[in-house]
Design a protein around this ligand. Structure first.
Ligand code: HAM
Length: 423
């Protein structure tokens, strides 16, 4: 778990704000569910045999002896909310951005607190909705500037296919069963599909010879996948079918996908998603969605290199005496209320100390006021980059900074009425 602050937080804020505006275009509404839920919300929906439920959830008993879990993912909480809605739940569309918690062994790309941006569209199985969801996700990745992403897609079939798939995999693995790792031997009995997901090279080598899971499924499941693929082709979305793709959660039906990025190491999944079905209370709910790991999105962007656009630095106000200090407070408020980011030293330290603070905050502009300036009703404006100083009156100063906001790059052009000097 880590703290997030400047300068990295600026990347987060930029990603989040472009995502919010894009998601609004697709008619998704934000939802903020609690970080704590009853453990049952996840245990019932994610699946008893999944790693997340078996090994990774932070679950504890609270003072009221309730079993509480720090949310490991966002879908279950959203569906708990949807279950409490009326008719309008039928076609609800939600997105969320926030921290998730999994007690995994920390390593590159794997954190115990990480952040997801996820989206969920509620509604009965419909291949077009799956295609739309993938198209939106691809759009978002493109908008963020991510290149070299790869969509892998597969099907989990219908719940009625699950037994057939498990039996088919057991039969195919039977002759090589004793070469499976200890975990996979357990999976062989409880949930053989998970063997396809094992990271051990010895198990991976056995898996390549297995029949594709879709070949063990019903015609309905195969036709659904074909319709999704045809939709993706029509929208020219690049994807590959990966018959061994198994998502780590049990609520999926039909389409599942993962998006990877070449710039990430072993943990190369940027995002995962798919269609799901889960019971909440006495309702069975269905939807399609995805979640992206924001730390991984940022790592992928960093791996691509390239400069980030710098934010305009604030203007710094420096006072040489008590009267100037109070007048600078007034000026600072005026500038802030007109949209200019600015600051000053509240402790009235020496000029040198005030200038040091300006440097530490990477301020491009400093406004200096002393006795002389107060008498003349003028301001000294110093460009910290060039060292050039000029004297301005109030209207010119305001004009300078209000235009600065719009054309920050050209802010060194002298405005009319300004007297340029160096001192
Ligand atoms: P997930 O694949 O478990 O799916 O997680 C989605 C993404 O969260 C991963 O692809 C990864 O980028 C990120 N992630 C997961 N665990 C960690 C970790 N320990 N550290 C850093 N990043 C991590 C879900 O959570 C589903 N709820 C997705 C979904 C939504 N399916 C349908 N709707």
């Amino acid at each position: 778990m880590s703290d997030l602050t400047d300068p990295e937080i600026q990347v987060w804020q930029d990603l989040e704000s472009s995502a919010r505006s894009l998601l609004a275009r697709y008619a998704f509404h934000e939802i903020r569910t609690p970080v704590l839920e009853y453990a049952a919300v996840f245990e019932r929906s994610l699946g008893d045999t999944t790693d997340v439920v078996q090994k990774e959830m932070y679950t504890f008993e609270d003072r009221g002896k309730r079993r509480i879990t720090l949310r490991p993912e966002g879908t279950a909480g959203v569906m708990r909310h949807v279950a409490s809605m009326g008719q309008e739940a039928q076609d609800a569309r939600f997105y969320y951005i926030g921290p998730m918690f999994r007690s995994e062994r920390p390593q590159a790309g794997r954190r115990r607190q990480f952040h997801q941006l996820g989206a969920e569209a509620i509604g009965a199985a419909c291949a077009a909705a799956d295609v739309e969801m993938l198209a939106m996700q691809w759009h978002l990745l493109t908008e963020w500037g991510l290149k070299d992403c790869r969509i892998e897609i597969n099907t989990r079939g219908l719940p009625t296919d699950h037994d057939r798939v498990a039996d088919g995999l057991r039969a195919a693995l039977d002759p090589v069963k004793d070469r499976l790792c200890e975990d996979c031997l357990r999976r062989y009995a409880s949930n053989p599909l998970r063997i396809l997901d094992c990271k051990r090279p010895s198990c991976k080598a056995l898996v390549v010879d297995l029949p594709p899971v879709s070949s063990l499924m019903s015609e309905e499941a195969r036709a659904y996948l074909a319709t999704v693929c045809a939709g993706l082709d029509r929208l020219s979305l690049p994807y590959v079918q990966n018959p061994n793709l198994v998502r780590g959660l049990d609520y999926y039906v039909h389409t599942v996908w993962e998006i990877t990025h070449t710039g990430l190491g072993a943990q190369d999944a940027l995002a995962g998603g798919g269609r799901y079905r889960m019971s909440m209370g006495n309702r069975t709910l269905e939807g399609v969605g995805f979640a992206m790991g924001l730390e991984r999105v940022i790592a992928a962007l960093e791996s691509q290199g390239g400069e980030r656009a710098a934010r305009p630095a604030p203007v710094w106000l420096v006072a040489q005496n008590e009267t100037a200090f109070m007048e600078n407070m007034v000026l600072m408020q005026t500038l802030r209320m007109r949209g200019v980011a600015c600051g000053m030293d509240m402790q009235q330290r020496s000029i040198k100390a005030q200038m040091r603070l300006a440097n530490r905050r990477h301020c491009r502009w400093v406004i200096i006021r002393g006795e002389q300036e107060m008498e003349k009703g003028l301001f000294v404006l110093k460009d910290m980059e060039s060292g050039v100083q000029e004297e301005l009156d109030m209207p010119n100063l305001l004009e300078r900074f209000l235009s600065l906001q719009l054309t920050h790059a050209d802010s060194r052009t002298t405005s009319s009425g300004a007297k340029t000097s160096t001192r």
